[in-house]
Write a protein that binds this ligand. Structure first.
Ligand SMILES: Nc1nc2c(ncn2[C@@H]2O[C@H](COP(=O)(O)OP(=O)(O)OP(=O)(O)O)[C@@H](O)[C@H]2O)c(=O)[nH]1
Length: 473
């Protein structure tokens, strides 16, 4: 995180500088990375320095401003002369003060600016010039505009959920004129950054923090938005969040998804800002509602997708998803030349279970088989149900010998652990297994057909056994 920057005009006055010492190169070094516009004028109020943020905010280039009176920036000449009487004159005793005034951009557009302005004095106390630090102030019009933007984002069907959340954070960030926006998930003591925008590009999604040391520790259990416009002068100045991150301005709100506390969204900056007002808190509530809804919808979609991929009875991957995953592994294998082995598994005499004890006993046997199969193999291996009492095991980076081993381990486990049926009977399952390893240039259809043929061979050979398929057999 960024070190705290002293942005008050008073700190400039304190540093005993005179107007010669604050030549544009020196000022550029100090102020060019500021996100606020910084304007320095000499004693006759002629501009001698502006930073890059001034160029972006007002639309003028530095050269177009240097040598002009600061009047060029004001929307109303009257304000220019009033400010001259109040603070930008040799007799003014005001050191640094924050006020709102209307400014005008080069293209004629006007905006309300929150300005911290003061006179600058040499170490001998002589007036050497004036400095103004300007950021756009928030207005009701702006809140309305922000709301319209959020609405447009939420209803834009071309955006993914991630793009929508990022866009909402961006809009909020620019509304508050701050530097860091975060949508976080909070689980126990972990604060996980799910989405973020950082003006300084230091923070990235997936970063975690100790929740108790974040600003959101004040927000997560709050009943609504919480704001600190000048943290260093607030009750949180001794909290680890302020010590660790030195963010002066912060506004955050808890996120509830499907009626449960989920995390927070927050906007923060390294400089103090104008006090947050009722409009800001209302806007935060609407931003939170929008983001919560996006997360909720994504969660539901993810669940539906999971359901569409899962076999309802056994909880294993269903046929479609098994084939999809197998196809992915085959692509990797084609590319890397790594092994890929498939086991085609068929339960033996399964019809008898249905015939003897009914369909629900058959179902219980299938579930019992799946529970055993799911515990076999490495993390990367997986078992899917292809239909009925047919399953396949996919073993990436494994040759056919490894496949035979797994098939025999499965047989041993089934033999050693009779499956309890729901009628208090138990049944010992056996399986016929066909093993086939993907050969160079072989299609998936051919691989699966060979595995099936090997299974039939196992059936023909007396069941409860593993047969291996060789391509040229
Ligand atoms: N309970 C239950 N039975 C199923 C399900 N899907 C398929 N079956 C039954 O599984 C049985 C498969 O029978 P067969 O193809 O003759 O195979 P088998 O009895 O295992 O005999 P072999 O494969 O030759 O050892 C049929 O009775 C199907 O109705 C299911 O989801 N639940």
């Amino acid at each position: 995180m960024q070190d705290n920057k002293e942005t008050t005009a008073a700190s400039v006055t304190d540093s005993n500088m005179n107007i010669d010492a604050i030549s544009p190169p020196v000022l550029t070094e100090i102020f060019d990375s500021f996100s606020e516009a910084v304007v320095v004028a000499d004693t006759s109020r002629q501009i001698v320095y502006v930073n890059s943020a001034t160029e972006s905010l007002f639309g003028y280039s530095k050269d177009q401003l240097y040598g002009h009176e600061t009047k060029i920036l004001y929307a109303d000449e009257h304000d220019f002369s009033e400010q001259g009487k109040k603070r930008f004159n040799p007799t003014s005793k005001i050191s640094a003060e924050t006020y709102r005034v209307a400014y005008q951009r080069m293209d004629g557009g006007m905006f309300l600016g929150l300005t911290t302005g003061s006179a600058m004095h040499s170490s001998e106390g002589a007036l050497v010039g004036y400095i103004g630090i300007i950021r756009p102030a928030r207005t009701s019009d702006q809140s309305l505009d922000t709301l319209q933007q959020v609405h447009a984002i939420a209803s834009d069907v071309s955006l993914t959920d991630t793009q929508k959340i990022d866009a909402v954070l961006k809009v909020g960030l620019s509304h508050f004129g701050l530097e860091v926006a975060i949508q976080a998930r909070i689980k126990g003591s972990e604060y996980l950054v799910e989405h973020c925008i950082d003006h300084y590009e230091q923070l990235t999604p997936h970063t975690t923090f100790d929740f108790s040391e974040t600003y959101c520790a004040h927000t997560f259990h709050a009943s609504g938005p919480i704001g600190f416009h000048f943290a260093g002068e607030s009750e949180i100045r001794n909290h680890p969040c302020y010590r660790n991150f030195k963010l002066e301005s912060y506004i955050g709100i808890p996120l509830e998804v499907d009626g449960k506390l989920y995390g927070t969204i927050s906007f923060s900056g390294y400089s103090p800002t104008e006090p947050f007002c009722k409009d800001d808190y209302i806007l935060m509530a609407l931003l939170a509602d929008t983001v919560s809804y996006i997360i909720y919808r994504k969660t539901v979609e993810d669940k539906l997708l999971e359901l569409a991929r899962t076999d309802e009875l056994t909880g294993l991957a269903n046929r479609r998803s098994t084939l999809e995953r197998l196809r992915e592994h085959a692509k990797l294998s084609y590319r890397s030349g790594g092994y890929l082995t498939v086991l085609s598994i068929d339960l033996d005499f399964f019809k008898k279970i249905n015939d003897n004890w009914g369909h629900s006993a058959g179902d219980a046997a299938l579930v019992g088989f799946a529970d055993i199969a799911a515990t076999l193999g490495r993390d990367i291996d997986f078992c899917g149900r292809m239909g009925g009492e047919e399953f396949i095991f996919v073993l990436p980076n494994t040759d056919s010998r490894g496949g035979v081993n797994l098939g025999n381990r499965l047989r041993e486990r089934l033999a050693a652990a009779p499956i309890k049926l729901d009628n208090n009977e138990s049944v010992t399952l056996s399986v016929s297994v066909g093993v086939a390893m993907l050969e160079k240039g072989e299609s998936l259809e051919s691989l699966l057909a060979r595995a099936d043929e090997a299974t039939y061979a196992a059936k023909r050979g007396g069941r409860d056994r593993v047969c291996i398929s060789e391509l040229n057999n």
